[in-house]
Design a protein around this ligand. Sequence first.
Ligand code: PMP
Length: 427
Amino acid sequence: MSNIESMLAFDREHLWHPYTSAVNPLTVYPVAKTDGVKIILEDGRELIDGMASWWCAIHGYNNPALNKALCDQVQKMPHVMFGGLTHEPAVSLARKLIDLSPPPLQHVFFADSGSVSVEVALKMAIQYYQAVGKPEKNRIMTIRNGYHGDTLGAMSVCDPVNGMHSLFEAVLPKHIFAEAPCCGYDDGCTDADFADFKSKIENHAHELAAVILEPVVQGAGGMRFYSPDYLKRVRQACDEHDVLLICDEIATGFCRAGAMFASELAGICPDIMCVGKAITGGYMTLAATLATAKVAEGISSDGGVFMHGPTFMANPLACTVANASLDLLVESNWQERIPQITKMLRAGFTPCENLSTVAEVRCLGAIGVVEMKNTVDMDSIQLEFVKRGVWVRPFGKLIYVMPPYVISNLELEALTSAICEVVSLQR
Ligand code: PMP
């Protein structure tokens, strides 16, 4: 047995991959290395990466500036606890996040993954209302088709149908779900479109600490884009009813939807914002929860402290690579490049539009989605993509890409044409 075969055999026998069976797992492809926008398999095949490793690797892999930042930092201080200590990489990253985000967001809590930053956000909202003398405001409202992570608190605000609630019903807190927005990105939001959200927030305001949602783009819960006007109305309703607004920008943040943060597309600012994924350019796990002075000072009134403190909080390696990644992003021409990517995705997916198997094609920012009428078979469709030299990981009925921003036009064309070819084979 070759080394690769034995590695794969061990993997199959002992390793869990995301959302898979331990005894009958889906195929996994062994990767030897990554470079730029290429994933290079152990057998030498090169795949153009359409996924940016799930929204993260915005500058491509093996980026010289990020590699250097990380190598320099590892010589100085790979890690140190954050309780009672602080360091330049954390302070400088917090400063950058505050500068990039809307002015009211002034306080930063570093977390170790997107899901944890969502837990932190929910706890902030609940602690805030306890601290200001309204402890009965401890439930959360959200919209259907959302996704916020896989930990229990995050899961409790994921879509109840496609978000694993049936498995964990007995232990999940029961929150309030409004219908998913049905007004598309280019539509306005009418009173009728907002009616369900409006009536639910009115009825539950007395017990609500926060509304949490993904601004404008709902990712893993259905890759849906909705009207920024809807989000504007959500902001207004939260203000009217004394409910905090948490925007989960973990997937959308750092320009993916065409603005630095997707909430800017609606011209609103949340009370609490979660960021993650692309923050380190896909190098390491790191996330952050930002809060306004109102929330931070509210929690801290009467000597209150915020009750969370992960072991790897503000890990210096992660903060350093995040600093380098955000510098690259800010210095890049993303304001021009992202609209070019949108245009190319639209043009590239045009051949899919009239296929009888395709329900809808939609593109926004650096996100392109081909929604099929039927669920695709993951194993076989993935094989077809790999055969054509691209890395695309569909789920359910959704074939979608969110490539690294540094993808070249030629690579992007190769990616979309391979997808069109594979889509045309679907029955
Ligand atoms: N929120 C959103 C919107 C996400 O897309 C994700 C990850 N797909 C998460 C939260 C959870 O992040 P993580 O996987 O880093 O825990």
